[in-house]
Design a protein around this ligand. Structure first.
Ligand code: DWN
Ligand code: ZN
Length: 420
């Protein structure tokens, strides 16, 4: 079925009537971005408008889980050519290497024990597990990254991770001492089935190490642009603890880490043994009400203020003769540009290192995506940094642009000009 036909199918977008985590029926609206294009929906179509879908966050009165009211079908979201390659970012690869190294020291899996990664992408993490002497198995639905992983010698199952797949692997005796799952739990439509799948493949004394963006950081740092159709859930620890317990697993420890604007690294096992660190983080959430709708109070106003401030900065710079480009055709960038109405009258293009995006257009605003070499060729005076979560790496990498007097505009949590 063509993408356009798929987008028109009634099943392309469905409204949930029950909480994704607990099945509760009381879902209160807490933040609404209206209709938005798919954040990774880059196309070669320069003119025809892109399909848009509702983007509304609701909060469950029972378990406190913040989540999207609508589900865009995975076959629409993760089209054949889903463009995300983890290894493009050194920050992501370094975080993965640290994650594996710390897990091997802390949990001491025997040599040759199995490490499985769910959403293993291009092998960015499992290559470090293999180097640590573990046997590895990746699972990922995106053909491009799977091809890259297999070429690197990482055994990879080309599929979405589901409970039936997990049961098949367990029946074959493939149970893991370590299960990694980075930035995937929020992406799956069957949240509970995914967690049950982890229970099936996790060895009795194994540990699942799961990274998710943390709702606390989203709200504290106005990271509204990380709300997009691929991210179906926005996790608090309380909602996560309830989700794992409901499916027969135990969230035993959690660590706040800085990646992607602030994330949680969760440690999940079969038997309950909550750490003091987890207990303290849960107590802090209860005290601050992160799992209640009131946590979102004021976010819409802060986003509106951010829009006003960023537009004013762009208008001032343009009035002063600035030529402004975008840097990084990020999923979050699609949301920021469309929600703030930043398009071709503001930016000349969006430069990006991911060659799979060159020649395509940012959905909605239709900004052309060009190779980063165009920075030296077209000599913009400023670059709006859309993947602000990779600021350090990107500013360092574009030292020549900064040395020539160029400045980055960092949009989140406040619009500022930066040079390092
Ligand atoms: O859930 C998700 C988490 C992991 O965050 C993913 N859906 C998206 C990811 O966001 P991200 O910002 O790490 O990846 P994106 O959304 O693909 O955006 C980054 C874009 O910036 C990519 O197109 C690659 C590009 N880039 C670049 O041009 N130069 C990235 C880096 C690090 C660079 O140096
Ligand atoms: Zn719930």
């Amino acid at each position: 079925m063509s993408e356009a036909a798929l987008a028109d199918a009634p099943s392309a977008c469905t409204e949930i009537l029950a909480c994704r985590g607990c099945g509760g029926g009381s879902l209160a609206s807490v933040f609404d971005l209206g209709r938005m294009p798919l954040s990774d929906g880059f196309t070669a179509e320069a003119v025809r408008p892109d399909p848009t879908w509702p983007l509304e966050v609701v909060s469950c009165a029972e378990c406190g889980l913040a989540q999207l009211r609508h589900t865009v079908a995975p076959e629409v979201l993760f089209a054949e050519d889903y463009p995300y390659f983890s290894s493009v970012s050194a920050t992501v690869v370094e975080n993965a290497a640290r994650n594996v190294a710390e897990a091997v020291v802390r949990f001491r899996p025997p040599a040759g024990a199995l490490a499985v990664e769910l959403a293993s992408n291009d092998g960015y993490l499992l290559r470090h597990a293999a180097a640590a002497g573990l046997s590895v198995l990746g699972i990922d639905p995106a053909p491009g990254p799977v091809r890259v992983a297999r070429e690197a010698g990482i055994e990879t199952v080309h599929a979405f991770f589901t409970e039936p797949l997990a049961q098949r692997l367990a029946a074959e005796g493939r149970r893991a001492a370590l299960v990694f799952a980075n930035n995937v739990l929020a992406h799956v439509a069957d949240t509970r089935g995914f967690v049950r799948g982890i229970r099936h493949i996790l060895a009795p004394d194994g540990t699942a190490i799961i990274e998710v963006p943390y709702l606390r950081d989203l709200i504290d740092h106005v990271e509204f642009d990380t709300i997009y159709h691929e991210h179906l859930c926005y996790f608090s620890l309380r909602a996560l603890a309830a989700l794992f317990a409901r499916e027969g697993l135990a969230l035993n420890d959690a660590q706040r880490i800085p990646i992607h604007g602030g994330s949680l690294r969760l440690f999940v096992q079969h038997a309950p043994a909550p750490s003091a660190r987890l207990t303290a983080l849960l107590a802090q959430e209860r005290a601050e009400g992160l799992d209640r709708p009131a946590a979102f109070r004021g976010l819409a106003d802060r986003v509106a203020q951010l829009r006003q401030d960023l537009r004013a900065l762009l208008d001032r710079l343009k009035a002063e003769g600035a030529r402004i480009g975008g840097y990084g055709a990020a999923a979050k960038g699609t949301i920021l540009l469309n929600h703030f109405g930043i398009g071709r009258r503001d930016l000349i293009w969006v430069a990006d290192r991911n060659q799979h995006k060159h020649g395509l257009f940012v959905p909605g605003v239709k900004l052309p995506i060009v190779p980063v070499e165009r920075i030296a060729e077209d000599r913009p005076t400023h670059l709006l940094l859309l993947p602000w979560n990779h600021r350090a790496e990107i500013v360092r990498q574009q030292a020549a642009f900064v040395a020539a007097g160029g400045r980055f505009i960092l949009p989140i949590p406040q619009p500022v000009l930066v040079e390092s």
